[in-house]
Design a binder for this molecule. Sequence first.
Ligand code: ATP
Ligand code: MG
Length: 402
Amino acid sequence: MNYNHILIRYAELALKGKNRKEFEKKLQDNLKRALKKFPETKVIRSFGRMFIELNGADEEAVSSRLKDIFGIHSFSPALKLELDQERIDEGALWAIKDALPEERGTFKVSVKRANKTFPKRSQELNYHIGSHILRNTKELTVDVHNPDVEVKVEIRDEACYIMCKTRKGAGGLPVGTAGKVMLMLSGGIDSPVAGYLALKRGVELEAIHFHSPPFTNERARQKVEDLARVLTRFGGRIKLHIVPFTAAQQEIHKKVPDNYEMTIMRRFMLRIAEAAAEKNGALALVNGESLGQVASQTLHSMHTINEVTNLPILRPLVTMDKLEVIEIARNIGTYELSILPYEDCCTIFLPPQTKTRPSIRKAAAYEQAIDVDKYVSKAVEGIETVIIKHDTNIEKEFEDLF
Ligand code: ATP
Ligand code: MG
C-alpha cells in the first residue's frame, strides 16, 4: 500500500462566488505547471477541494514541490480506497504504521461520513477502525484529546480517503489572480524578498533591472538573472527587463550636486520603471525599500522620489527589520546569491554624503539642467528583455530549507 493522492486545502477561505472559481482555476493551472516534471500526476478539482492523483509519483518529492505554491493553506497525503469496510480497516492500519513505524504512541480515529448510504455510522466506524488498529499493533494507545496522530477517515460518495499527516502550505493567493506588477530587482538582499512577498499575494511578476556597463559588469547582470530564476520557483517564468542606465547616470553625475545625486538617480529609475510598467501592462511597481534603512529610504526621501510617478509603489518590506528580511531570504534561497560581491549601479558614482531630507523643490530645480525626457526615453528604448525560465535543478539545492 502507498499514498496515492494528496489533498489540498485552500488558503483564504473567505473567498466566495466568482472569485473563488477563478482562484481555484488559477491554483489548478499553477499546480499543473509546477508538477510538469511529474507527468504521471493529475490535478483534480472536486467538490470545492483539490486533489493530486499521484499515479505512482513519489509523494515526498511532489510534496516538497507543493511547498512553493501560493494559495495552499495545508495539504495531506491521502489514501483513496473503494468503499469497502475491510479495505478501509486495512488502509487505516497501514497509514498509522506509516506515521508511527515504531508502533509506539497515541492515536485517535476521526471519521467524517458525508456519504449517508455507507452502512456504519461515524461513531461506530471510529470504534471499529480504532479496535482494528489496536488489535494489530504493538504499543499504540488511544488518546482522544491530544493524540500523536489523528487518523482522518472521510467516507464520501465516490470513495474513502484516509489521512494522517498535515503539512503546512505556502499560504497566500495563487499567482496570477491579482494583476501584474513590475519588480525593481537589484542584486541585493531586499528586492528578491520583496518580489517573493508580492508573488505571495497573487500578483504576476515582471522584473526590471538597471545596469550601467562598463561600471557594472556581466557578473552583476548574471547575478540578477540567477535571483530572478529563484523567484520562478514560486511564480513560474519571469520577464526580466534590463535597462541601460549608464548615460543617464553619467549625465546626473555631471549636472547634479553631490548630495542630490542619489535622489535624482532614484527619480530617474522610477520614471523609467513606470514607462516599462505601462508598456507591459503592470499596474504597480514593487521595490525592496524598508523605512529608515538607508539615506534614500527615509520618509522625506521616499516622498521626494515618489513624486515623479502616479503608479502605486508596493513596498512589502517597509516595516521589516533587516534581520527579518534576511531570514526570509535564507528560507527562499536568495540570500547566498545576494551576498556575492557585486557593483550595483546605485553605488558606482555616489558620493558618501547623501541628503536624508531632500526636497521636491530642489530636486525639480536640479533636474532643469537635464533633458529628462530624452534620457528616460533613450533608456526605455534600450531595454533588453530576457525570459527567465524555471529550472528544476535549483529546486534540489533549496529543498531542505523549509
Ligand atoms: P536591495 O537589497 O534590494 O538592493 P538596498 O537595501 O540595497 O535594497 P537600495 O540600494 O537603496 O536598497 O535600493 C532600494 C530599492 O531600489 C531596491 O530594493 C530595489 O527595489 C531598487 N533598486 C536599487 N538598485 C536597483 C537596480 N540596479 N535595478 C533595479 N532596482 C534597483
Ligand atoms: Mg541595493
